[in-house]
Design a protein around this ligand. Structure first.
Ligand code: AMP
Length: 130
């Protein structure tokens, strides 16, 4: 069965889209650690990051860097941190998290933007993609 993230890529489930190319897709995390928390995924559905072929792994990191630089330009934060966990959704995803301290990196502290805020954040990040 297709993962929830494959359904997002295919447009069957809505998302706040940030960026997309032939092989990768980025969208806002729906339960963010901080405003601007973004997920970058390969379109190829693989569960664990260490099982990605090297080309996809390197491509995912390059794509995440591009999106992460846009987040740093768009969101008021000290820096963007990267986490890969994957215990909830079995489709590789890189968490890009705007950090001002350790609290945003813990996944214990959450924020709850409104739909309008999600849309504004996504638009702002999209405008900074180079
Ligand atoms: P993990 O697999 O532990 O790395 O976490 C999965 C992440 O996916 C969590 O941060 C969720 O908030 C996020 N997530 C789950 N479903 C969606 C969705 N439909 N849209 C955006 N983010 C999601």
């Amino acid at each position: 069965m297709a993962s929830i993230f494959t359904k997002i890529i295919n447009g069957e489930i809505p998302c706040y889209k940030i960026d997309e190319d032939e092989n990768f897709f980025a969208f806002l995390d729906i339960n963010p650690n901080a405003r601007g928390h973004t997920l970058c995924i390969p379109k190829k559905e693989v569960d664990k990051i260490m099982d990605l072929d090297e080309e996809t792994y390197m491509g995912l990191m390059a794509f995440s860097r591009k999106v992460g630089k846009a987040i740093e330009a768009a969101v008021d934060c000290n820096r963007v941190g990267i986490s890969v966990i994957g215990l909830e959704v079995p489709h590789v995803h890189v968490h890009l998290i705007p950090l001002n301290g350790m609290k945003e990196a813990t996944f214990q502290y959450k924020v709850a933007p409104t739909k309008e805020e999600f849309e504004a954040i996504a638009k702002n990040i999209r405008s900074k993609i180079e």
